[in-house]
Design a binder for this molecule. Structure first.
Ligand code: FES
Length: 161
């Protein structure tokens, strides 16, 4: 979606038009776009702005405020390492550093092959099993540095089926 193709423009306009009678349509429009494309880059925000009359600044504010909206495409597997207090005191920083080292990406980045995105998360409500890591919604308890490589392999292989 880097350079917006005609079909994408048409579809985004359609999504905007779906909520034309709503008083506050922005969240619904952005949710639909996020679901459809997996991310909402600036050029799409501009398009939504043109169509709805809502300012780009307001749209950008919403997209960056809510973590379920994304400005960049995410990888096939999204690895979220909790860096909340309980996880942090149990060594979460070392765990995320290990993911970073093996995947060759920093938190917030996606690997070139598109297989992995690495995210640093705030408390995910699993403090009792800290440090916690969440991959594609599945929570892995009591993570340690020496479990990281095997977990990455597991998800890499799943991608091959
Ligand atoms: S601090 Fe990590 S789950 Fe709560």
């Amino acid at each position: 979606m880097a350079h917006l193709q005609e079909a994408a423009v048409k579809q985004i306009n359609e999504i905007c038009d779906r909520y034309v009678n709503e008083e506050t349509p922005l969240m619904m429009i952005l949710s639909d776009i996020q679901k459809e494309y997996g991310y909402i880059p600036l050029e799409v925000q501009e398009l939504v702005s043109e169509r709805t009359g809502i300012s780009v600044a307001e749209i950008y504010g919403v997209v960056t405020f809510y973590s379920f909206f994304s400005l960049k495409p995410k990888g096939k597997n999204v690895v979220g390492c909790c860096l909340g207090t309980a996880c942090y005191v149990k060594g979460a920083q070392n765990v995320i550093d290990k993911f970073s080292e093996i995947l060759g990406i920093k938190p917030g980045e996606t690997s070139e092959d598109g297989l992995f995105t690495l995210d640093a998360l705030r408390c995910i409500g699993a403090c009792g099993i800290a440090p916690a890591v969440q991959i594609n919604g599945t929570v892995y308890p009591k993570m340690s540095v020496d479990k990281v490589a095997a977990l990455i392999e597991q998800y890499k292989n799943e991608g091959e089926h």
